[in-house]
Design a protein around this ligand. Structure first.
Ligand code: NDP
Length: 334
């Protein structure tokens, strides 16, 4: 087992002192430092999601065990396995399961995890492409699948995407437009209009239209929504959803609160669909990654992602926590 594991490899480590002050450092780890698990993976690509930004900046209590290697997702090659599903040389993807929160994550040259947490790298996708999608993109796909399960289809009307220029938003727009939807993109960065239209948005609206307190029921503007923002924005998206529509809620970029009324639910039969990527069961993950490989335009994926190296992770984490990142950041770990 672990024939190609080097003596040491680079890693980011978040530590906490006795006063609970958090510090972030680049360090070298060895095989013995990794946590328990039945599969060891050479990490070839990882990414910077909003949650990674919160973990590294310490803005929210994402990390719940110290020290911790952050990084909630990675793609790479199995170099050792005691798990029946995986053998040396298999290409794998990991999203969530507490990795980067309670179990050492993707910001290290190697990771040791439970084989049950892994899914195969989709055929036709390279590790860097899978991480250009990353947890944000896989969550966007979970949102699309939830809307479809609810019967939302292009013929039902437009779908709004909030936090449009962010990671979840950018991938959601690309997926929805490829599937034939009329996509309304809500953004605080109107300067990104050309980018959002290139991804497939048909209409661009200002974030301000949705971020302030509104009426319990507004004009019916869309059949569905993918919301990465929460708070007042989600309340307004719901209030403007047409009869029988549905909104998939996955994020909290504006806030964790939901200052809404029941009016959209009880007067328009609108549904609020909760999306969690971290503990999603394996069959749903496999279906999401199958759909990503089938439905996501590779040209658009390249257009919405920026590649950085290991040394750029900490800065990118600060940038994403400040809402400054456009699309997705993929980290080349090779
Ligand atoms: P990004 O930072 O890439 O995107 C978030 C976007 O939200 C920003 O780009 C910005 O878009 C918008 N935004 C930021 N701040 C505010 C604000 N104060 N008010 C309104 N809009 C704002 O993050 P990700 O795409 O990686 O993640 C998006 C959200 O989804 C996060 O809250 C994240 O935690 C959550 N998430 C949840 C998952 C789950 O399993 N449920 C999995 C993955 C992500 P713009 O500039 O276009 O307005």
């Amino acid at each position: 087992m672990e024939k190609t594991m080097p003596d040491t490899f680079k890693a980011i480590l978040i530590s906490r002192d006795e006063e609970k002050n958090q510090s972030v450092a680049t360090t070298e780890l060895g095989a013995a430092d990794l946590m328990e698990g039945d599969v060891t993976v050479a990490v070839e690509a990882t990414t910077v999601n909003y949650k990674d930004g919160l973990a590294i900046t310490g803005k929210a209590p994402v990390v719940r065990r110290f020290p911790m290697v952050p990084g909630i997702d990675f793609a790479g090659t199995v170099i050792g396995s005691n798990h029946p599903d995986w053998k040396e040389g298999d290409h794998v993807v990991l999203n969530g399961w507490g990795v980067g929160e309670t179990h050492y994550g993707g910001y290290a040259g190697h990771a040791r995890v439970k084989g049950d947490w892994l899914v195969p790298l989709p055929a036709g996708m390279a590790p860097l492409q899978a991480m250009a999608v990353g947890t944000a993109g896989y969550t966007a796909m979970l949102c699309v699948m939830a809307l479809e399960r609810h019967g939302i289809a292009p013929a039902r009307g437009p779908v709004v995407v909030t936090g449009a220029a962010g990671g979840v938003g950018s991938v959601a727009i690309s997926l929805l437009s490829r599937l034939g939807y009329h996509v309304v993109a809500s953004t605080g960065r109107i300067s990104e209009e050309a980018y959002l239209r290139d991804l497939g948005a048909s209409e661009i609206i200002s974030r301000d239209e949705l971020s302030e307190p509104g009426k319990p029921l507004g004009k019916e503007r869309w059949a569905g929504g993918i919301d990465a923002v929460g708070s007042q924005t989600l309340a307004n998206v719901l209030s403007m959803t047409s009869y029988g529509g549905a909104v998939a809620a996955c994020g909290l970029a504006q806030g964790m609160d939901l200052p809404a009324s029941v009016a959209p639910f009880i007067l328009r039969g609108v549904s609020l669909l909760g999306i969690d990527s971290v503990m999603a069961p394996k069959p749903i993950r496999l279906e999401a990654w199958r759909r990503i490989a089938a439905d996501l335009d590779h040209g658009k994926l390249a257009a919405l992602s920026t590649s950085i190296g290991f040394d750029g992770i900490v800065q990118a984490a600060h940038d994403i926590a400040d809402g400054k990142v456009r699309g997705r950041i993929v980290v080349d770990m090779r």
